[in-house]
Design a protein around this ligand. Structure first.
Ligand code: FE2
Length: 423
């Protein structure tokens, strides 16, 4: 007897509609026909079923704070950091938690059940750390949250930053973060990478750094992050977030860099919505795109996953935490609209994200967690094109969110015509 049986499920790579049997929070069986009984049955009606979306890069302490205390007029990363600094004295644990919780409801409704969130550790009270650890505990039945200790004001540039970051790790933050391009000099940036990677190695933790998030072609902290990963044996456990300078780097330099990154098994996290907004702001025309070289990274065998980064805050004024919007923007801005390329980007919010976060039991195979999303579409490509309704979101074998189908009726004179956006 199953707890839940999902029937008529369209699964990527399977010709026939499948059934998925779940018990005790796990997927037990995936087959064309499962004869066993189930307490609950969900009919996917031929629609697409995927493991839940993963946001590899978010800031849960900042969403929905746009305009507090003022709007970002220049649209730049640096003005965003300045406004966040102005807001910090006004923050309370209660308001941080309330905004983050509201965002998590959006996340769940959109089918995002795994989030890696950075949390600012340069505030001496570590209020945001406490708020997000508490929220993670309260929401753990519904969503998985991995926290990254993020020294927003720099590890060397900001007072007591290393001590505060270490304290955040002691409180239960999972991953070591960094922001080398915001340190005072390139040399300090390099030093911050060494110190933070050594800390991660000592504690057996993963690393995820905001790295080279600028338009400076000579910002090459990814080279040092790769070197430290290799030196300390952190292969597969280190992520470089943003890497926007890579867009502007010299081609010869990149041809040397990518094989080194592949050798060190660096994971790359691209944030198309936010970096298309923040980067290129100092350009006249042509204006550069603020994205790492994703097709070339994938071609070099490097794992690439995607993040939303910000939702309605000082760095990005839009969004509803829909990871399919991230993929949609990426497909355009990266020139990745070919069929195989769109699927690779979809993997960036599913399987590749699981690899970046070092997740276990993620997927739609027997033994995996019974977490999945049923969308009003029939394929990965159609999900990207339509960004359709998430009809059911299932967590540990239980339905935790429902959404109505989005269909239109066009009235032509006296005739009503149902509009189906699938050709
Ligand atoms: Fe970020």
């Amino acid at each position: 007897m199953f707890d839940l049986l999902v029937v008529n499920a369209k699964i990527h790579g399977k010709k026939e509609l499948m059934q998925i049997g779940c018990k005790d929070g796990k997927i037990l069986e995936v087959a064309v026909n499962i004869p066993s009984k189930s307490k609950e049955i969900i009919d996917a009606d031929g629609y697409f079923v995927t493991p839940p979306f993963i946001d590899s890069h978010l800031h849960l302490d900042t969403p929905l704070s746009m305009g507090m205390p003022r709007l970002n007029q220049s649209g730049t990363l640096l003005e965003g950091i300045k406004i966040w600094g102005e807001l910090k004295p006004e923050l309370t644990r209660k308001t941080i938690k309330a905004r983050a919780k509201k965002l998590l409801l959006w996340s769940i409704a959109k089918g995002n059940l795994v989030i890696r969130s950075h949390v600012d550790t340069t505030d001496p009270s570590l209020m945001a750390v406490d708020a997000l650890i508490e929220l993670r505990r309260e929401m753990k039945e519904f969503i998985d949250i991995q926290l990254v200790a993020f020294p927003q004001d720099g590890i060397l540039r900001s007072k007591n930053s290393m001590e505060l970051l270490t304290c955040a790790l002691d409180k239960g933050v999972d991953v070591v973060g960094g922001i080398p391009h915001f340190e005072r000099t390139m040399t300090d940036g390099q030093k911050s990478i060494r110190l933070l990677c050594e800390l991660a190695e000592k504690r057996g933790l993963m690393v995820d750094m905001h790295c080279d998030e600028s338009d400076d072609p000579f910002s090459r902290h990814i080279e040092h992050l790769t070197f430290e990963t290799q030196r300390l044996g952190l292969h597969g456990r280190v992520a470089g977030s943003h890497l926007t300078s890579m867009h502007t780097m010299d081609n010869y330099y990149v041809s040397k860099l990518l094989p080194l990154m592949a050798e060190a098994k660096i994971n790359c996290i691209c944030n198309p919505l936010v970096n298309m907004n923040l980067q290129g702001r100092h350009d006249t025309y042509p204006k550069r795109r603020g994205l790492m070289r994703v097709p070339e990274l994938i071609g070099a065998g490097i794992n690439v996953s995607l993040g939303h980064d910000d939702v309605m805050d000082h760095w990005y004024p839009m969004g509803s935490h829909d990871m399919l919007e991230v993929v949609h923007m990426g497909a355009h801005a990266l020139h990745m609209t070919g069929p195989g390329q769109q699927e690779a980007l979809f993997d960036g919010i599913t399987t590749n994200g699981a690899k970046t976060l070092n997740l276990e039991n993620y997927g739609l195979e027997p033994g995996c967690n019974a977490d999945m999303v049923i969308l009003q579409a029939s394929s990965k490509q159609e999900c990207i094109r339509l960004r359709p309704a998430r009809l059911f979101v299932i967590r540990k074998g239980k339905r935790i969110s429902r959404m109505a189908k989005t269909n239109a009726t066009v009235t032509l004179g006296f005739e009503d015509v149902n509009v189906d956006f699938c050709p």
